[in-house]
Ligand binder design. Structure first.
Ligand SMILES: [Zn+2]
Length: 122
């Protein structure tokens, strides 16, 4: 585990190690309570499944409660430029959701959806 994963565990009082799900495009994938959190090459937290969060929250605060933020995704509707239908995003930046817009996107489009639209810290 990285120091950043330990920070997430401590802030949320999670007692089991956060899983290492691998690397894709210089981002390290882990999960907080069943929702993907990526740690970017600059050390920032990225929540690819989450559509948006309260701008008063820091990226760390959002990452610590990634599952809570994900539950606030607007159900149904769309099309959405950000976020995913399902909380776990794979190394191909797809959630596999049957009606998620990521189904029909290219690798580059899914990467942009996950990292650059609305939820990346710096
Ligand atoms: Zn998706």
């Amino acid at each position: 585990m990285t120091a950043l994963q330990i920070e997430l565990m401590n802030q949320r009082n999670i007692n089991t190690p956060l899983p290492d799900r691998g690397m894709s495009r210089q981002c390290a994938f882990t999960e907080v309570q069943g929702v993907t959190v990526c740690i970017g090459p600059d050390g920032g937290y990225i929540l690819p499944a989450v559509r948006s969060w309260d701008p008063s929250l820091t990226a760390l605060q959002a990452a610590v409660y990634a599952d809570v933020r994900f539950q606030k995704n607007k159900p149904g509707g769309g099309p959405y430029k950000s976020g995913h239908q399902l909380g776990i995003v794979g190394l191909d930046w797809s959630c596999g959701g049957p009606t998620c817009e990521c189904r029909d996107e290219t690798d580059d489009q899914r990467f942009r959806r996950g990292v650059f639209i609305g939820r990346s810290s710096s």
